[in-house]
Design a protein around this ligand. Structure first.
Ligand code: HAM
Length: 485
């Protein structure tokens, strides 16, 4: 692959002024290929063909994760699995697409996610159902909770899901049409202690992933008992100022006025600054709940910032809402993750009233942040040994020895190129191998040469003993080789 263009990298004639120039996630060349940042923002008109490049590209707003980038996602996956295990969340999966009404009813029809960003699948004539790709995991998990009768299990049911989500949004750095979330949900416990546990879990994820300086924003948006009065107070605030509202927000004033508070439009900043605050309108129960969430967080020593405009973009939230940001950044597009309580969602999707709370952390944004901070983990995966040979043509022999080592649980590779021994050794060193197994004339008497590429030493070992020798040498060098039996 030519290093000049990563897939989706902008070209000279690109008419999208999208910011794409940052470092690639993972940053470094991958296995000898170089690649530039894709950030999911393609050129509007590919000119690649003119330069002999393929004209097929990943869809707009999606990106390929090349091996060094996939390795960072793998690191994050391991952190999530470790944490989910320690905190008692069991992993589950839901389909990548659902009946569209799961999202319309669950997330709310007057939300950006449903109104504008749903990837609706073209209906097939032989099926009545209309499907959409999942834009988030919560609605699907609650649908599964009901479908499989999980309310009969001990509550709360605590689940973890990691996978791609799809939103048809305008792509830019950190905002993709396919992106990865780590989602956790605890269904069946009203809190408030659980709320604090979940916020703490989110904060711990960032620390364990290697990201310092993540700030927690916290709010309560009340419940159906107190929110209507607050919404009326909001309308009363904005109606006299309606002529100053941008058109989208003016329409929202009637349909979903809460969303005005987290509008991305800069014209809203001043109007929002003087808007009434939800915390002044909480009913006694919601206020008590919120106080208790805060007291639990204080008890855990978790610092957070109250943000009375944190209303979140999905309709199912009640009471506690929170988001995670890198310190100094704000605005929905920068959120590293977010979540909250959704005590009405199970009922909305056809179940008995059941409280729930969860979060989703955007892993693409964490990958970007790790890359920017220079703390993305190295790819790893170097072989312990590469089998090379004096006879360039004896590829089958080298392959057989490497196959034996792999069957023994070792990370070994054979040089399968028909090239001189010197070249094979150079290749082994370039791959980061610790040892080269050199196959030569001694094989007739059952021996091979074992060269320690790091120490520059070499000795003869019996082929029969090779796996054991390698394992012993690797252990004494603290090489990360899996031990077997
Ligand atoms: P959300 O705030 O819509 O919440 O998304 C959570 C996180 O996913 C965001 O903070 C962001 O990091 C990431 N994210 C969202 N959209 C994109 C995008 N287009 N490109 C890259 N990253 C993105 C939810 O999804 C809720 N289901 C969270 C939840 C779970 N609430 C309760 N349980």
């Amino acid at each position: 692959m030519d290093g000049a263009d990563g897939i989706n990298a902008p070209t000279a004639t690109s008419s999208t002024a999208a910011p794409t120039a940052g470092p690639s996630v993972g940053g470094s060349p991958v296995g000898g290929w170089t690649h530039r940042a894709s950030h999911g923002v393609p050129a509007a008109r590919p000119t690649a063909r003119l330069r002999g490049m393929p004209d097929l590209r990943a869809p707009r707003g999606t990106r390929d994760l090349l091996p060094s980038e996939r390795a960072v996602l793998g690191h994050l996956e391991r952190v999530t699995r470790d944490l989910a295990g320690r905190y008692g969340y069991r992993e589950m999966e839901t389909p990548l697409f659902e009946q569209v009404s799961v999202f319309e009813r669950g997330i709310g029809e007057v939300t950006d996610v449903v109104e504008k960003e749903l990837f609706r699948l073209a209906p097939r004539t032989d099926e009545g159902d209309i499907y959409a790709l999942r834009p988030e995991a919560t609605a699907g998990i609650v649908r599964a909770y009901l479908q499989h009768g999980l309310q009969t299990l001990p509550q709360p049911v605590k689940v973890s899901l990691l996978g791609p989500m799809f939103r048809h949004d305008r792509p830019q750095a950190g905002r993709y049409r396919q992106f990865w979330q780590w989602d956790i949900e605890a269904i069946g416990d009203p809190g408030p202690a659980l709320d604090a546990e979940i916020v703490e879990l989110g904060a711990r994820f960032y620390r364990d992933a290697g990201l310092e300086d993540v700030e927690i924003l916290l709010n309560s948006i009340g419940d159906p008992a107190c929110r209507p009065a607050y919404i009326e107070a909001l309308r009363a605030h904005f109606r006299p100022r309606a002529d100053r509202l941008p058109p989208v927000e003016r329409a929202r004033l009637e349909t979903n006025p809460l969303r005005l508070l987290d509008s991305k439009d800069p014209r809203m900043t001043e109007l929002n600054a003087s808007a009434p605050s939800i915390v002044d309108h909480l009913c006694a129960e919601c206020a008590t709940h919120f106080e208790a969430v805060r007291a639990h967080l204080d008890e855990l020593g978790i610092a957070y910032r109250l943000d009375i405009r944190l209303v979140r973009g999905l309709d199912y939230y009640t009471r506690t809402t929170f988001e995670f940001y890198r310190r100094g950044e704000s605005g929905q597009q920068q959120a590293l993750g977010g979540g909250g309580r959704y005590d009405g969602l199970v009922q909305l999707l056809g179940g008995k009233p059941t409280p729930g709370i969860g979060f989703a952390l955007g892993l693409d944004r964490v990958m970007l942040a790790l890359d920017q901070a220079g703390t993305a983990p190295a790819e790893g995966g170097e072989p312990l040994a590469v089998v090379v040979g004096a006879d360039p043509a004896a590829t089958a022999l080298r392959l057989r020895i490497a196959t034996g080592l792999r069957a023994d649980g070792l990370a070994a590779r054979a040089d399968l190129g028909v090239r001189k021994l010197g070249r094979q050794l150079e290749g082994a060193a370039r791959d980061g191998a610790h040892f080269a197994v050199i196959v030569g004339d001694e094989l007739a008497s059952g021996d091979v040469q074992l060269r320690d590429l790091e120490a520059g030493t070499q000795r003869t070992v019996r082929l029969d003993d090779l796996a054991r020798e390698l394992r012993r040498a690797a252990a004494s060098h603290h090489h990360g080789t899996p031990e077997r039996g």
